[in-house]
Write a protein that binds this ligand. Structure first.
Ligand code: PLP
Length: 378
């Protein structure tokens, strides 16, 4: 098998799994319980939270565990909007967000919030002038994805935050950092709220995190018992938290070394794929090398995906969560419906080998030739 879909999800690393199993076996107490088993679990959980807060240089109280980035995005955006309804009802998002953000925006519109979509330039970079124009006295939140999941386009969050705060010091900045963590350096201090998830960084599925600056008030979306976190009540999963902490630690070390290696793989693939007629490389000056997006002019990306699957090669069309639709991200960058209608994402990891890339390229050639031949015979 050649797995080239690391942006959809990653395999759980052995060390992370080991932490999960150990915490499950040896720490069965509910961390909300008062007896010694609970106290022991709570101590382990707190040490994992401390590790995470040290890595990101944030307060332990600024961390809320969630079920994943989708829940983090919901809590960040809806929670901010509900808490700030008196200050305004305007939200700005980019055109390069994950589909979960647009679903949240649709919901917010249905309950009376107003959403503006900030433009980007031909590289996918947020149009700073348009952002300034769209900022209003009643803009309570701006949400900008750190790294776009389909094209790898990366935004300069620190600069974006400066622009926002200059226009309205009360406006909060949230960033979905799901695709940035583990690939490039992330700094939670560039934003007011940030979403991440474990399963994109070789951690388990079912746990994510919302960073929320301690000055900010959010309205909870869930109500229940358990006082360890007001924003996510209920019994915390100590094994998932411990495994997540381990995954974060592993994902934030050796970033440069990993990125340089991945860049070489990315360049090799691009150099080959550029040679094909009707294959367009959707890469801009600000794309990170881990996510490589291409468009087919005449072949259906889904057909290509399944043809590669016959060789046990796994890639994506659009994002895993919304396959089959027009790529909103490619559309936002190139404003070309044809280019956005048939896109394939090849996502790379430090686990990808040169041999896998060579096999992928050989199979790509066979599939391309076969599908083109079939097309000519149509
Ligand atoms: N945000 C981005 C940028 C993503 O790429 C994804 C997953 O593809 C999500 C959010 C959703 O993450 P989760 O599966 O943890 O809810």
């Amino acid at each position: 098998m050649i797995y080239l879909d690391y942006s959809a999800t990653t395999p759980v690393s052995y060390d992370v799994l080991e932490s999960y199993i150990r915490a499950t076996k040896d720490f069965m107490g509910n961390p909300n319980s008062l007896h010694s088993l609970g106290v022991k679990s709570k101590a382990l959980m707190n040490s994992a939270i401390k590790q995470i807060s040290d890595i990101f240089n944030i307060l332990e109280s600024e961390i809320t565990f969630t079920s994943g980035a989708t829940m983090s995005n919901n809590l960040a955006i809806i929670g901010t909007c509900l808490a700030n309804m008196k200050a305004g009802n305007h939200v700005i998002v980019s055109k390069l967000e994950h589909p979960s953000i647009y679903q949240i925006c649709n919901y917010l519109e249905s309950i009376g919030f107003e959403i503006s979509y900030v433009d980007n330039d031909q590289d996918g970079l947020i149009d700073f002038e348009d952002l300034k124009r769209k900022m209003r006295f009643d803009t309570i939140l701006v949400s900008i994805c750190a790294v776009n999941s389909e094209t790898g386009v990366r935004q300069p969050l620190k600069m974006i935050r400066q622009i926002i705060k200059k226009e309205n010091s009360e406006t909060l900045l949230h960033s979905d950092m799901t695709q940035a963590l583990g690939k490039v350096t992330v700094n939670f201090h560039d934003v007011d709220l940030a979403s991440i998830t474990a399963h994109k960084i070789y951690g388990p599925k079912g746990i994510g995190l919302l960073y929320k600056n301690s000055r900010i008030q959010l309205t909870p979306l869930l109500y229940g018992s358990g006082h360890s976190n007001m924003l996510h009540p209920g019994t915390p999963s100590v094994p998932l938290i411990v495994a997540f902490a381990k995954a974060i630690r592993l994902a934030t070390t050796d970033l440069d070394k990993r990125e340089n290696f991945i860049k070489r793989l990315n360049e090799r693939i691009i150099a080959e794929l550029e040679k094909y007629d009707g294959v367009l490389i959707n890469k801009t000056k600000i794309s990170i090398p881990h996510i490589l997006n291409i468009s087919f002019e005449t072949i259906k990306a889904e057909t290509f995906l399944h043809a590669l699957e016959e060789y046990e090669i796994y890639v994506s069309t659009n994002t895993a969560c919304s396959s089959g639709e027009l790529s909103t991200s490619v559309m936002a960058i190139y404003n070309d419906k044809k280019r956005a209608s048939s896109t394939l994402r090849i996502s790379l990891s430090h686990l990808t080998t040169t041999d896998e890339v060579n096999k992928f390229l050989a199979c790509f050639k066979m599939v391309y030739n076969k599908l083109n031949l079939l097309k000519k015979m149509d």
